[in-house]
Design a protein around this ligand. Structure first.
Ligand SMILES: NC(=O)c1ccc[n+]([C@@H]2O[C@H](COP(=O)([O-])OP(=O)(O)OC[C@H]3O[C@@H](n4cnc5c(N)ncnc54)[C@H](OP(=O)(O)O)[C@@H]3O)[C@@H](O)[C@H]2O)c1
Length: 221
């Protein structure tokens, strides 16, 4: 059992918060979720109503400190992801450290059935990545190649291990995954997750909504 350190978020400065979330290794896959106290990943179909001030603060720090932000197509569509931009303070934090102004946005879609005219692609400050299965429809992949780099790996399913390998070869080594639950379930099943950042909100949602991990069962805990 590793040593556990408890810190109070409201007692940490921005610099201390960044330091607390400094990935311990160069290659690091971190997943960030918010859930209700009874385990729901959504309220009225979205994560926003589960979130609060503390969660939003951590969310921004995690985004600022990754090389690539990975999100599934279900999340991107449900949550209305636009182009990946940061506020000026976070951009400054990155440029002071010699990092590009913003991370790269990567969208995981098994089928590559994404709209290449979505603002996430057309207004992206850095060329996004689409991660899909290698047998996704050729037409979908071709359309997306106009606006993004397409990483097509795995048959029938996305091979996330191979996808991470490609991202790492491109220097995108600190990966932040913002879900959704199906992508997280796949990452757990493939034993690729280094860290889960989980905010538990003091809310009871009841039965119905999905958990933070869904889909394929993992072989072991
Ligand atoms: N609480 C939180 O922190 C949090 C965080 C993120 C998301 N969410 C919520 O989670 C929901 C979206 O999550 P999601 O799990 O539906 O989608 P997701 O994980 O964001 O993305 C869906 C991905 O799964 C593929 N897919 C479809 N069926 C699949 C299956 N059976 N097994 C494996 N992959 C499959 C999709 O490809 P195609 O493009 O080909 O369909 C796509 O690659 C939204 O309601 C969002 O608000 C909550």
């Amino acid at each position: 059992m590793p040593d556990v350190q408890y810190l109070r978020l409201d007692e940490l400065s921005e610099a201390e918060l960044h330091e607390a979330y400094e990935p311990p290794e160069e290659d690091w896959l971190r997943v960030n979720f918010v859930s209700s106290a009874d385990g729901a990943a959504t309220l009225e179909g979205l994560s926003g109503p589960l979130s609060g001030k503390a969660d939003k603060r951590v969310f921004k720090v995690l985004r600022a400190s990754c090389d690539v932000l990975l999100a599934g197509s279900g999340t991107v569509l449900a949550e209305g992801y636009g182009p990946l931009v940061l506020d000026p303070e976070r951009e400054a934090w990155r440029t002071e450290r010699g990092l590009p102004r913003v991370p790269v946005m990567a969208v995981a879609s098994r089928s590559a059935r994404l709209d290449p005219e979505a603002a996430l692609f057309t207004h992206a400050p850095r060329r996004p990545v689409v991660v899909c299965a290698a047998d996704a429809a050729v037409g979908h992949m071709a359309a997306l190649r106009e606006v993004a780099d397409v990483v097509a790996v795995g048959h029938g399913e996305i091979d996330y291990e191979a996808a991470l390998g490609v991202l790492r070869e491109r220097g995108l080594r600190r990966v932040l995954c913002e879900g959704g639950p199906r992508v997280f379930g796949e990452l757990i099943a493939a034993d690729l997750v280094d860290e889960l950042c989980l905010t538990v909100s003091p809310l009871l949602v009841g039965a119905g909504p999905i958990r933070v991990a869904e889909g394929r069962a993992a072989a072991s805990a």
